[in-house]
Write a protein that binds this ligand. Structure first.
Ligand SMILES: Cc1cc2c(cc1C)N(C[C@H](O)[C@H](O)[C@H](O)COP(=O)(O)O)c1[nH]c(=O)[nH]c(=O)c1N2
Length: 215
């Protein structure tokens, strides 16, 4: 099966217009079939040894969201203190989550024990299952954009809080807490770029032929 030019263009449009969303969520409910599309896209991500180590815990309960938000607030206060004084005042002005506003949260986890202890492709690098779960998140992020849904990754929260609030067993790794919902707008640029936190690097500064090579 070949990809047509218009299908290729659509894929690049989705890639380049995908954003991390936290300020623009609308309360509009997400239809079940649309949510299913996102989860199916995530579940079709590549995974080491095809182990499919992910699980997706969907959060739609207000009380649960409030408890998760409290965890963010606590972690964010600690995070603030780590930045230098000038960065700190800039940091305080950033909105770094949409936990309450987004109609749905999804906690993505990784079960390292799935399919037994020896996994094809994970024999020398134990973290390959975690990377596989991240591939699922990126699939979901792109599928969300194609469905005109915003997605925001909230990593400023202790695993212990998510584990406690969502009842996640100790042997399961927590990869991400994602906020998902329709949005008032998709920004043209990353919010952190727009607000002067960091610029996008020049692509030529990150592509290197034979860098560090000994030969
Ligand atoms: C693993 C990981 C973790 C986080 C993020 C991303 C990723 C990949 N990002 C979003 C991040 O700031 C954003 O992707 C970049 O600023 C680039 O912007 P766009 O995603 O292109 O809009 C993010 N943003 C935020 O406001 N709070 C957060 O806790 C996090 N955590």
């Amino acid at each position: 099966m070949n990809i047509s030019e218009s299908e290729r263009d659509a894929l690049y449009k989705v890639i380049f217009s995908r954003r991390d969303v936290r300020s623009e969520f609308l309360p509009t409910p997400i239809p079940n079939d649309v949510l299913s599309n996102l989860l199916k896209a995530a579940h079709h991500a590549p995974s080491v040894g095809f182990m499919q180590p992910w699980d997706f815990i969907v959060v739609d309960n207000e009380q649960t969201k409030v408890a998760i938000k409290a965890g963010f607030t606590q972690a964010n206060e600690q995070a603030e203190s780590l930045f230098s004084a000038d960065k700190r005042s800039q940091y305080k002005k950033l909105k770094l989550e949409g936990i309450i506003e987004a109609p749905l949260g999804i906690c993505v986890t990784c079960d390292k024990s799935r399919n037994g202890p020896v996994v094809l492709g994970r024999t020398v690098k134990a973290e390959m299952d975690l990377y596989s779960a991240v591939c699922a998140i990126q699939n979901m992020w792109l599928a969300a954009r194609a469905e005109n849904l915003g997605l925001g990754w909230v990593s400023i929260i202790e695993d212990a809080v998510l584990r406690d609030v969502l009842g996640i067993p100790e042997h399961i790794d927590i990869i991400a807490y994602l906020c998902i919902g329709y949005v008032s707008e998709f920004k043209n640029k990353p919010e952190l770029e727009e607000k002067g936190w960091l610029p996008r690097m020049d692509i030529n500064d990150v592509i290197h032929f034979n860098r560090w090579s000994k030969t």
